[in-house]
Design a protein around this ligand. Sequence first.
Ligand code: GLN
Length: 393
Amino acid sequence: MFIRSISRLPLFARGLATHASPELTSLPAVLHLKSGQSFTGRSFGAPKSIFGETVFSTSITSYTESMTDPSYRGQILVFTTPLIGNYGVPNNKTPIDSQDVGVLLESQGIQCTAVVVADLAEKFSHHAAVESLSSWCHRHGVPGITGVDTRTITSLLRDQGTTLGRLAIGADASASAPEASEYWDPSEENLVDQVSTKTPYVLNPTGDIKIAVLDFGAKANILRSLVRRGAAVTVLPWDYDFNKVRDQYDGLFLSNGPGDPGHCMPAAMNLRKTMEQWDKPVFGICMGHQIIGMAAGLDAYRMTFGNRGHNQPVLALASSGSIKAGRVYVTSQNHQYALKLQDPFPQGWEPFFINCNDSSVEGIKSTPDSGKKVWGVQFHPESAGGPLDTIEV
Ligand SMILES: NC(=O)CC[C@H](N)C(=O)O
């Protein structure tokens, strides 16, 4: 369908067929922060006002993957990259390969509550694009604001920390800012329970290694990465007691997920028992890593503004597989909480990676003499999108 209109394009754009976003509305929009600042722009996507937790991401690409990552549930996502939407949105049902997990992006739909961009691309161009960012947001009932100074918003969030917000659209935009008590705080809710599978299901049942996944809001590419490595993957609800079925599996994986890991204490308590009584490999990413840490006796805390982006440098403190102690790896991240670095570490555990920017714990592992094979990383080693430095951790 791109080809049909190509002769009407200016010469410089031939071969880069572009499409306009017809759904961009000119409704007024205001982003209010609970801390008192307001930013006025224009609305796109769904003409609907919402509350959420305002966070920023320094990713320069993959807005489609970030927005469908269940870990962004409840969040108003500010992109620091100024031009967003220029490559449109692909058909989420496009198969990737024979080991497809059903969606191209990270889940069935948009997970963040709203998006904030400096400059929405009203024209998009990509061979796989089927619609504009605005049209996609509209279809999923997700509002956006464009034409605001995302540098100022990001500087504020860096200084004051992740802040509750309200995106007011249309007539709501001329109303005064909400009272402090009206802001919705998603971290008070168990968001994991909203995104986790309700019933177990199996991917690639003929795979030769049986891995159970505790689903805290797993990204599709994590499941795909396991399937691609030949695993039969059984996805279980986040609070499923794996101890009842552990004899059937060769390994346990704990996924990423939204919100405060404190809501997942029941999973950490089940996992403590698993790690005491079972010697097969256990591994976790992001929320999964935080739960492994809590089960090991470490505390999780809320960071000021978290780490979200595809350019987070981490230093390896231990060697494992292709990872070499002393090397820095560039990683993809999306988190607000982290494990506390404590000295000494709990017996049988050691820090695995540390963040080069803020010294936060980026990974933990069981010590070689502990008799366990457990490790977790705060970053996303399978990174869609992001660098592939840690793909073989
Ligand atoms: N991506 C994730 O798994 C995030 C974990 C957790 N919700 C946090 O914000 O820290």
